[in-house]
Design a protein around this ligand. Structure first.
Ligand code: AFP
Length: 318
């Protein structure tokens, strides 16, 4: 079944669900275009830096820039997206002119940009929220207010994984037809399998007590470790295989701060992990209990299947 059929069949007939399916379909079409660019990035001269910094003082890559333009244009043209926020934009973009009802969307156009030039996985992450018309404030809603969230992963194949609140589903892009086809319905994170995934260097940069729990988790479970360095890919593996993914708060002298972006990475992917039966902590608190405070806020993320998160909780308490 392709994505359009699936959306028609599974979202109820309400006006807001119809609007949401048009948004999801448009995000898929942006993903199709970015997938095309990612696959040909070396040929299209899309490798390397674009020559500027983003709001996070990070060097913007050419593919970050073009991907941002693609998602921004597609969403701004969508009749039901009233405002958007991007990891690559300084502030909220109001695109409500001439539109009546709809939603707001936050996105990371290309997560894992350090992987671009070396042919490793990258992805687009998105989050869709209801709005009262006060756009800035509406991005501060907690994770469980999202009406849809997910990602498109450009890996050995391109997959779109999302939830609109009724299960987590995976669609694979068929390069022959250009259609996203349902390949996994109702994904549930398996327990007692999978990998442990964090950048080992964080052990020297994080609060010592928490670092001990990270190390003990590997020792107690005897699991292998895997780390792609693109949250979207590391979380995809954790959703499909189970296990643990984390980027803790790092720093020194008792001052520790998260690195991952609340709106564009942590909130959508943490919520998605819970929709797939797992558990996610942002800044050490359940993902749905945390209220964002600013657009470009950074947080720590610890997520995984229920079993491993229970063990992690016990190790933290020891
Ligand atoms: P980039 O998009 O700048 O490569 O950042 C990706 C990311 O935010 C996240 O996707 C990774 O999990 C994390 O950074 C990797 O960070 P380290 O290189 O510090 O491990």
């Amino acid at each position: 079944m392709n994505l359009s059929h699936y959306l028609l069949k599974h979202l109820d007939g309400s006006e807001s669900q119809k609007e949401l399916s048009l948004i999801i379909a448009d995000i898929a079409s942006a993903g199709r275009e970015i997938s095309h660019n990612v696959q040909r990035s070396g040929l299209l001269d899309l490798h390397g830096a674009a020559g500027g910094e983003n709001v996070h003082a990070e060097e913007v890559q050419k593919l970050d820039e073009t991907s941002n333009e693609i998602v921004k244009e597609v969403l701004a043209d969508n009749e039901h997206i009233l405002a958007l926020a991007s990891e690559e934009e300084e502030s909220v973009v109001d695109c409500s002119e001439g539109k009546k009802t709809g939603f707001i969307a936050a996105f990371d156009p290309l997560d894992g940009s350090s992987n671009i030039d070396i042919n490793m996985p990258v992805g687009t992450i998105f989050s869709v929220l209801p709005t009262t018309g006060n756009f800035e404030q509406d991005f501060m809603q907690p994770a469980n207010h999202q009406v849809a969230a997910g990602y498109i992963l450009y890996g050995s194949s391109t997959v779109m994984v999302f939830s609109a609140g009724k299960g987590v589903h995976e669609f694979t892009l068929d390069p022959e037809t250009g259609e996203f086809v349902l390949t996994n319905e109702n994904i549930k994170m398996p327990e007692n399998s999978g990998y442990i995934s964090y950048n080992p260097y964080v052990l020297y940069q994080m609060a010592p007590g928490r670092a001990k729990a990270y190390e003990e988790l590997v020792k107690e479970t005897g699991r292998s470790m895997r780390y792609v360095g693109a949250m979207v890919a590391d979380v995809h593996r954790t959703l499909m295989k189970g296990g643990f993914f984390a980027y803790p708060a790092v720093g020194k002298d008792g001052k520790y701060k998260g690195k991952l972006r609340m709106q564009y990475e942590a909130k959508p992917l943490g919520w998605l992990a819970e929709q797939a039966g797992g558990k996610a902590l942002l800044d050490g608190k359940p993902v749905n209990d945390i209220l964002p405070e600013e657009l470009h806020q950074k947080v720590s993320v610890e997520l995984g299947d229920r079993g491993i998160m229970k063990l992690f909780g016990r190790l933290l308490a020891d």
